[in-house]
Structure formats: C-alpha cells, structure tokens
Design a protein around this ligand. Structure first.
Ligand SMILES: Cc1cc2nc3c(=O)[nH]c(=O)nc-3n(C[C@H](O)[C@H](O)[C@H](O)COP(=O)(O)OP(=O)(O)OC[C@H]3O[C@@H](n4cnc5c(N)ncnc54)[C@H](O)[C@@H]3O)c2cc1C
Length: 437
C-alpha cells in the first residue's frame, strides 16, 4: 500500500478542488484524484455560479483570474404552453458590480482553473485515475482508496468523497442509500456557438453582462422537470432537466425533449443561427434534504453532489456553490481532525458544524418540501397552461365583445382545465409551506 498523503480527495469537480485547496492551505499533503483526462473534461452544468461570496472566501476576487463567461444581471422565469409563454423578467444593476450575484461559466475551463488553484497551493493532482472503492483497516475505519491503476492502493487517514452524484465511494462506505428515479433527474445539455455581436444584440446585453432563462411547462411535454438557457461570452448553454422516474414513465428520449425545447416559439428565435458545438448529459441529485447522505464516517467525509448537496427547488438550481462550500468545509474539518490526531467520525464533526454555520444545511431544511412540490404533476403539467390561458384571455384584443375582468378569466380557465377552486387553494397552501413560510 502506498502511503505519504494526509488526505485523498476523490473527484476534481468544484467540491473536490475546494477540499484539496483548503487542505493544502492548511499545510497538509493531499492527493486529488480525477477520473477525467483533466478536471471538468466530463462535467456538466447550466452553468451559473451563484453566491460568489462562497468562492471568494477561497479565492479573493476570483472573477479577475477565473475563466468566467458573463456577469449575470438578469434572470427570466418563463411559464410555457405549446403556443405562448408568460415571463417574470428580473434585472438589477446592483448585480453588475462587485461582489456580483452570479456568473455563467463553462465547466471544462472553470473546473480546470479551480483544480489549478489547489495544485498551486500544494495539492497533487492525478488525472485519468478512477477511485474504485474505500479501503478499511481491521476495525472497519476508512484508511484510503483503491484506484484503477497499477499498485492501486493509496493510504490516507482521511478520504473525502467528492466523486459526484453517482458516488461509489459514499455508497461503498455505507453513507449513501440506494437512490431511486424520484431522487435523480437527468440533464441533457447543448452548447450553441453564436457570434458575440448577435448574441449581445439579441439578448440586449451590455458588455460582459448576461442573462439566464428558466422554463417550466409544455417545454418538457408533460415530463416532470424544466429547462434552461444561459448566455456565455460567445455561446448559449441550453438544456432540459427531467426526473428520471417521470422520463421512464413517459417513454421519451431525452434528446427529443431537447429538440422540443429548442423548437418552442419563445426559444427558437433565441437560438436561431447558432452552431451546435457540444452535447452532454449528466444526472442531478434533486430531492434535497430527503436524499442527503450521512456526511461523515470514521476516516471519511462526503461533499457536493456525492452528499446530495444540490439545491433544486424550482426557484433555485444551485449545486456549484454548495459543492464549493461543502468541499471547503470538508477540507478544513479534515485539517482540524488531522491536527488533533482524531479522524474518527466524532473527530470530523467540524464538517457538519461548518455546514450549519455557513448556511448550507439550513437552506436544505428550509426548502425541504420544495423539490417534491415542484415535481408534482399539477405544477409542471397543469398550472403553466392555466397561467398562459389567463394571460391570453386578459390580453387578447377582440373588438365586438366586452373585455373580461381578471376574476372571470381565472375561473373560466380553471373550469376549462377542470380544476376545482379548493384544489387550487390547497396547492397555494402547499406552495406557501414549500417556499413562503
Ligand atoms: C444539466 C445540469 C445543469 C446544472 N446547472 C447548474 C447551474 O446552473 N448552477 C449550479 O450551481 N449547479 C448546476 N447544476 C448542478 C451542478 O452541476 C452540481 O451540483 C455540481 O457540479 C456538483 O459538484 P461536485 O464537485 O460535487 O460534483 P461534479 O461536478 O459531478 O464533480 C465530480 C468529479 O468527480 C470525478 N469523478 C467521479 N467519479 C470518480 C471516481 N470514482 N474517481 C475519480 N474521480 C471521479 C468526475 O469526473 C468529476 O470531475 C447542474 C447540473 C446539471 C446536470
């Protein structure tokens, strides 16, 4: 068995690189393993990095050196039917200056940059190396990992599993339960190149500012989920994210959903003339609090998607910031435990404490009801049609007929959709519990 590292981190996504960076800065020897050819080579996100203060805590004024695409100053949330859409379009000039609110990034470049920060601080990065399973000592404590390489055992008193949503290490260590198609969604994504001038004119962007669109309703053809379109410097990232159980039930192929999304009358003009340069697919842990892993065991911590720390509530789709926050917390907790000479689950308890203090676990508790609520059939299948129907009744200009007041338009649409008012009131109550109070 090879020795010589204080810690091994599996996975050089945002969680793993943040963990390795924190450990290296604390003066610990750390090996960062990545199965891809380089960090980010296989990673998929929208990708908007929210809560930049989380990354700034690791790399001050990161936006000056990191490969960020655009500063996101506008967010459009769009409810669609087959023919129409209703949008909430929010923009703020306050989001355009430091410390900013969010950035769009391209993962192959962003992940590589973040892993480079860890390497610059002293971490050793080993790519094209898969961590297959955890190694245990006689007492059952995790003491390293087995890798798919010659001589493949690496010993370390602490392992950080940051190997993403399908974490063999967390499961192998008994910290993650078997996940179902209701816990996981599948994201399929395209990057479409568009010349900078056209893109900025089409989306009315000033300089490096950018916009994100999120869509709910007919764009997924009845499959539970939603879709997104984000602006990069000279490209668009667009994709559909749907619950795996619902996808199987509807027997639709993911790329058909993406085609449907691209052809929607609201979306087609936004992507017109673009050239497909990348296609990818990846799973998303979307069940929130319900699917969180046990965060620590003897000699092991679990961070990022591997722990289920991805926040998908309908209002938010955030995982990169939680991955960075949890990776950093795991790295710091591991460094403390190493200094105290106790890497048991109790010795690593500083991890959970940091996640509490820095607001990560409180977010998941606060919105614990939201993932199931937004995946409900009425939210993605029924109400978008009702909302666009109401808008059409109110906004259609027809001579020869008296104009409609709002309430009859609402009740008329509910009648057409066959939804009793008491059902709507119940959904409003459930929505309030999920998001409001
Ligand atoms: C389509 C889509 C859109 C999304 N949009 C957004 C968004 O806009 N904003 C946002 O914040 N989040 C978004 N997310 C969620 C976000 O991508 C994740 O939450 C985030 O990437 C989690 O980071 P991580 O480091 O935990 O895992 P990952 O990014 O998955 O990184 C895991 C790393 O581990 C490596 N690895 C895996 N197994 C092994 C192994 N056995 N040995 C060695 N290495 C291994 C992988 O190659 C990878 O580099 C989106 C996700 C998807 C799929």
């Amino acid at each position: 068995m090879t020795t010589g590292f204080d810690a091994v981190v599996a996975g050089a996504g945002p969680a793993g690189s943040a963990a390795a960076l924190a450990l290296a800065r604390a003066g610990r020897s750390v090996l960062l393993l990545e199965r891809g050819e380089f960090p980010g080579s296989k990673n998929v996100s929208g990708a908007a990095v929210y809560s930049p203060d989380v990354l700034e805590a690791l790399v001050p004024r990161f936006w000056e050196s990191a490969p960020v695409e655009r500063v996101l100053t506008r967010r459009v949330i769009c409810v669609t039917s087959e023919e129409s859409s209703v949008a909430l379009d929010f923009s703020s000039r306050r989001f355009a200056s430091p410390p900013y609110n969010a950035f769009s990034v391209l993962r192959p470049r962003f992940d590589r940059w973040l892993a480079d920060q860890a390497v610059a601080a002293g971490a050793v990065l080993l790519c094209s190396t898969v961590a297959d399973e955890v190694l245990r000592d006689g007492a059952g404590r995790v003491r390293g990992v087995r890798v798919r390489r010659e001589g493949g055992e690496i010993a370390a008193p602490v392992v950080i599993a940051a190997d993403g949503v399908n974490s063999f290490l967390a499961r192998g260590a008994g910290l993650q339960r078997e996940l179902t198609g209701h816990d996981l969604s599948l994201g399929v994504k395209e990057v479409i190149a568009l010349d900078r001038h056209t893109l900025e004119e089409r989306f009315q962007l000033e300089g490096d500012q950018g916009v994100t669109y999120e869509f709910l309703g007919s764009v997924t053809g009845g499959v539970a989920g939603g879709s997104f379109l984000y602006t990069n410097r000279e490209s668009l990232s667009l994709g559909v994210i749907v619950e795996i159980a619902s996808l199987a039930e509807h027997r639709v192929r993911p790329h058909e959903l993406l085609e449907r999304f691209r052809a929607h009358p609201t979306v087609a003009p936004l992507v017109r003339g673009g050239r497909l340069v990348e296609y990818s697919a990846h799973m998303v842990p979307e069940a929130g609090q319900r699917m969180l892993a046990t965060l620590a065991g003897d000699g092991i911590l679990v961070a990022g998607d591997a722990a289920g720390l991805c926040f998908a509530t309908g209002l938010y789709l955030e995982g990169i910031n939680y991955a960075i926050a949890s990776g950093r917390a795991a790295g710091e907790a591991a460094a403390d435990a190493l200094a105290a000479g106790d890497t048991s689950a109790a010795g690593l308890a500083g991890y959970r404490r940091r996640l509490e203090e820095r607001g990560v676990l409180p977010d998941f508790r606060r919105f614990r009801l939201a993932p199931r609520f937004v995946m409900g059939e009425r939210i993605h299948g029924l109400y978008p049609g009702i909302v666009t129907g109401i808008a059409e009744r109110v906004l259609r200009s027809e001579g020869g007929r008296p104009k409609q007041k709002l309430l009859p338009a609402v009740t008329g649409e509910l009648r057409r959709a066959g939804v009793p008012l008491r059902r709507v009131l119940r959904d409003l109550w459930e929505g309030g519990r999920a998001f409001g109070w």
